[in-house]
Write a protein that binds this ligand. Sequence first.
Ligand code: ATP
Ligand code: MG
Ligand code: MG
Ligand code: MG
Length: 561
Amino acid sequence: MRYSRLFVPTLRDDPADAEVVSHKLLLRAGFIRRVTSGVYDYLPTGLRVLRKIEAVVREEMDRAGAQELLMPMVQPSELWEKSGRMEKYGPELLRFKDRHGHESCLGPTHEEVICDLVSRELRSYKQLPMNLYQIQGKFRDEIRPRFGLMRGREFVMKDAYSFHADGASLTAEYKNMFDTYCRIFTRLGLKFRPVEADTGSIGGNNSHEFHVLAESGEDLIAHCTACEYAANVEKAESGRNLPQCVVADITEVKTPNVSSAEDVSAFLSVDIALLVKTLIYRAVGGERDGEVVAACVRGDDQLQEIKLAHAIGADSVEMATDAEIEAIGGVTGFVGPKGLGCKVLMDQSLTGALGLVAGANRRDTHLTGMDVERDLDAVEFCDLRETRAGDKCKRCDGTMELSRGIEVGHVFELGTRYAEPMEVMFQDHNGKRAVATMGCYGIGVSRLMAAIVEQCNDDAGIAWPADLAPFQVSLVTMGKSDEVNEASEMIYRQLQDSGIDVLWDDRNERPGVKFKDAELIGLPLQIVIGDRGLADGVAEIGLRKGERKSVPLADTVSEAA
Ligand code: ATP
Ligand code: MG
Ligand code: MG
Ligand code: MG
């Protein structure tokens, strides 16, 4: 490609509205442009990088035995009714009607569509296992799209869905995908960490997220300094919890506006209200009538609790001490002007006495009558590093450390959560009809582009890993003589013939401008052809921002390869 023909609108200065470095640089280097909130154009250089990332993902997925297909972005709402997710998914699902009044939505994920497809074609256990994937545009009407490609509304995802005759087969494929993800992120040159994760709204059993480590990451992840244990903070178990405790939840609390202990009681059954109230007030050290309080135990779910406390408008968050937690057996509860959220951790006997359900350590179960997603997103992260770092690991004697991460991949053992309602059935080896067992595996392909830039940049611009750069070589012509132009064109052709992606800067610009642009765009190798070198029959070759050396013109291409 000749630079003079390339559509790459670079900017001298950082765009005012970009907060994180990847967003700034992708705009400045002319890779992307914003169309509307959370929706972007990929310009030619941007698309080249996106395609190269996709190629790595595709190669490794194919190698792992998965098969690529392509599903539509538009999905009929009936499928979502059938899976039971139409209501659950919330406002991130963009719904619309076509001219015939038919309800549809834009796919934020494809469990429904793939299940519908497979349910119609699957006959026998002999067809299983099967792993199908696509690389495709998704749409999620994110409440706060931000950081450019990091959190878009329209974005590119690789999503894979595996189908199995039994749990053992699913577990094997889950491991296969886990290993494949490690290979993909390693090949992309990323510093990353797989962590245990909650299964969240998608449902299912086992789950891991893959996080690229970066200060700008929106997620907090915890890892042990001594052993392998790592988890996102919603999931991480600090080992500080009382070992005999179970988590119980009081979920159906319809309290849009409570601000006092009296209001709380009105909405809770008497016994539970009394217990919760007592525990809350004990945790914060005494009754505080009429005042907004928030009590929060340091438990396995601390960040979540603090976010919730803020979300319901609590004006203070008080952390119970270890001794207090020991004394009360554990409690978390909040009362705020916008609502009430409570979750009680207590010992088995108390739980039994109250008949509460265990295992409700989940996001959407805390509050009713409010949009948890929306209100949580409006809450700033509290800095928990000081309070949480140093917690004991639940697996060993080590201590936990916190870091920030960008979620670039997520794998789930779904079990029959979708296959059952969507009727994905097959005949097993006894001739009986059985429900398929499923896994699903996502990678944020366009988010990866931003995550790579977060890790690979310097003051001059983007330092793409060699395999991902839009062009491998920047060929810079220095001078205007016919000789330099002819020599440049010759080297340009030779590079192209050798299959090397080359950007020939043939513009009538000063060398300084050309080098600056090549460094901003992030091309790994530079070849410079100038009058002085040419007189000695040499070109200069060197890495981006590195020293250049002279090589005979005839050897330039082999040197670059
Ligand atoms: P997040 O927690 O960041 O909202 P998620 O957990 O909702 O992501 P998944 O449903 O697990 O996302 O989707 C699989 C992958 O798709 C994620 O791991 C992430 O890399 C990517 N992804 C999700 N939402 C977005 C988005 N709004 N913009 C870009 N990539 C996204
Ligand atoms: Mg999300
Ligand atoms: Mg997530
Ligand atoms: Mg996820």
